[in-house]
Every structure is written in structure tokens, then in C-alpha cells.
Design a protein around this ligand. Structure first.
Ligand SMILES: *Cc1c(COP(=O)(O)O)cnc(C)c1O
Length: 335
């Protein structure tokens, strides 16, 4: 691959791993008898939804926070995510003893506001749209010197997420295929780079939802494109990749072997399978890899590792899904 497009030094993942070790859990990978039977190859589930804060996003956030220089640390960090990145960032900043401001619009549901505040972040509610919240972020950066840490398109975030890949290699040394949920591509960029640096022949497959898969559309177009954002059970996979994407588009294009898209029904089946067969409570985005196997949408060889990435799902929504209700997210509140 073109060295210029690659933001990470060869030892970035090992360094990240040491840096984040005190904050981040080393999650287990467990065999899945049911999925092994379905695909005829051994399948392991990497239980990253058991990570502190409920998702792997803590890894990237912690690595980015701990990589800041002294001056930046003294001023603090700012983010706009109200989801898993926001949680990870709030927790990482508190652990590091630095200030964290999360800006959000008045439309964000109270339970999300509370979750971020409970992690110690200073929640700032501004305006009635994400754009208005962004104005406050820009002001905090320009006037108060805070550092904006984005959810995926940042070298330290990618390096942090890639530590999952190092653990996969240790957990299942014979691994031939890794399945990774794909949104902005921070996770898959890090995992693919870390795994392929060691074992170039391992296949890395990204899994997204059919509704609003910005990276898949961008790969098809050959450059970053915008797609309409639609409600989906895989809500942590929503959002664009940024038209000015710097890293994750190119790394994904160069290192990811295949991208698979799933329907809402298939994602719901994945959540149910995780619960009934694996005894795991997983959010829609965290269940897509397992869902891709259950739906028969991937042809798999050798030992397979599927990442379960998050558990932050509204538990009433979860109960309805596992009870077999067809949950139409088009007509649901944010939960
Ligand atoms: C953010 C997220 C993803 C996707 O990660 P990207 O780096 O944006 O591709 C997958 N699963 C969960 C639970 C997430 O929060």
C-alpha cells in the first residue's frame, strides 16, 4: 500500500496497547458451537461488548487522550458523539484526569444526556441541531484551546481500535477470517492493519446495514460520498465517513477484502441469536458479524473470529426483539 496514505507507524499498535492497558479490559474470545456448526469452520466470538463503557470505542478514545501533549491535556478534550464514542471519550478523559466537554443539541434524549454526564463529562446543550452543537465545538477549540477528538478518522483512534486485532491474533493464532462491524471504519482500519502486518493472508470482512452504509457506498464510488442517514437497529453504525475523510476510507479500500450489507430483519435475527444461543446481550451494531453468519451472507474459511462490539441497546427494545416482535425502527423514538 502507498506509504503516504498510511498514518500509522509499524509499532503504533503495540505502543497503543501499552498506553491503554491500565484503563481498557482485555476481552475474551470464546468458541461458538452453534456458529461453528452453521459454517463448518471453527467460529470464535471476541466479546468486546463486555468492554468498560459497553464498547471498544474506549480503546481509541483512551489512546488518543493519553497521546496528547501536556498543554493539550491541561485544556481538555471535546466531542460531539452522544453514543459509544462519547461514552468512551468521557470515561477515558476522567481516568486521565482531564476535562471533557460533550456538545449536543436539545433534541438528544435525556437518557443519553444522563449516561454521558454520569461518566463525568461536562455536557453542553446547544441549539436544536447537530450543526448548532458543532458551532459550540468550534468555539471551544478556537477560544479555549480544547482538542476535538473525532470518532474514527484520527491516527490515535485507529491505533487504539487496532489493539483489538492484536488480541485476536493472540486469542486465535490460526485465524483465517476476521469479521468486523463497519461504519466510519476506525475499527476495521485498525484491526486490518494490525492483523495483516503480522499475517497478510488473513481475510478481513466488514459488515454494515443496508440502510445508510456510507463506507460501502464510498467504496463503490471510489471516493467518500454522502448517503441519507436512515433509522436502523444498528444505530451505532449510522452517519457518514466525512467527505474530507483522511485515513479510514483509504485504509479500508486498501486492506478490507469484502463488505457485506444486512437487512433490518437479519440484524434482529443476529440480536436474537446472540441472546438465545450465545447468552449475550448485544446491540444491533454489535450483532452484525454474527448476523452475517446466521444469514449465510459470508463464505468463510478456516478459523473465524467475529467481533461483538457493543452492548448499549435500550433494554425494552432488546426485550421486544428477543420476544420476536418486528421492531420497526422507522417509527420508534430514539430509545
Ligand atoms: C462505532 C461502532 C462500530 C463501528 O466502528 P467504526 O470505527 O465507526 O467503523 C461498531 N460497533 C459499535 C458498537 C460501535 O459503537
Amino acid at each position: 500500500m502507498n506509504q503516504h496514505s498510511f498514518p500509522l507507524a509499524a509499532d503504533a499498535f503495540d505502543e497503543a496497547r501499552h498506553r491503554i492497558a491500565g484503563t481498557v479490559l482485555r476481552t475474551p474470545a470464546v468458541p461458538s458451537p452453534s456458529l461453528t456448526q452453521m459454517c463448518g469452520a471453527p467460529v470464535h466470538l471476541k466479546l468486546e461488548h463486555l468492554q468498560t463503557t459497553g464498547s471498544f470505542k474506549l480503546r481509541g478514545a483512551t489512546n488518543a487522550v493519553l497521546s496528547l501533549d501536556e498543554v493539550s491535556r491541561s485544556k481538555g478534550v471535546v466531542g460531539v458523539s452522544t453514543g459509544n464514542h462519547g461514552r468512551g471519550l468521557a470515561y477515558a478523559a476522567r481516568q486521565a484526569g482531564i476535562r471533557c466537554v460533550i456538545c449536543m443539541s436539545r433534541l438528544v434524549p435525556q437518557n443519553k444526556v444522563d449516561a454521558i454526564s454520569a461518566l463525568g463529562a461536562d455536557v453542553r446543550i446547544v441549539g436544536v441541531s447537530q450543526d448548532e452543537a458543532q458551532v459550540e465545538v468550534d468555539r471551544l477549540v478556537a477560544e479555549e484551546g480544547l482538542t476535538l477528538l473525532p470518532p474514527f478518522d484520527h491516527a490515535d483512534i485507529i491505533a487504539g481500535q487496532g489493539t483489538v486485532g492484536l488480541e485476536v491474533l493472540e486469542d486465535v493464532p490460526q485465524v483465517e477470517t476476521v469479521l468486523v462491524p463497519l461504519s466510519g471504519g476506525g475499527l476495521i482500519s485498525g484491526v486490518a492493519a494490525a492483523v495483516k502486518a503480522e499475517k497478510p493472508d488473513v481475510k478481513v470482512i466488514g459488515v454494515s446495514m443496508e440502510r445508510g452504509a456510507a463506507m460501502a457506498a464510498s467504496l463503490d464510488a471510489g471516493h467518500p460520498v454522502q448517503v441519507p442517514e436512515l433509522p436502523t437497529l444498528a444505530d451505532s453504525l449510522g452517519g457518514g465517513i466525512g467527505l474530507d475523510n483522511r485515513y479510514t476510507f483509504r485504509i479500508t479500500r486498501d486492506l478490507v477484502d469484502q463488505v457485506v450489507l444486512l437487512s433490518e430483519v437479519e440484524i434482529a435475527d443476529g440480536i436474537r441469536h446472540a441472546y438465545f444461543e450465545e447468552r449475550q446481550v448485544v446491540e444491533g451494531s454489535g450483532a452484525v458479524c454474527l448476523a452475517a453468519i446466521v444469514a449465510g451472507k459470508v463464505r468463510l474459511s478456516g478459523p473465524v473470529v467475529a467481533l461483538l462490539t457493543g452492548c448499549n441497546i435500550d433494554m425494552n427494545m432488546h426485550r421486544r426483539i428477543i420476544c420476536g416482535e418486528t421492531v420497526d425502527v422507522m417509527h420508534e423514538g430514539e430509545g
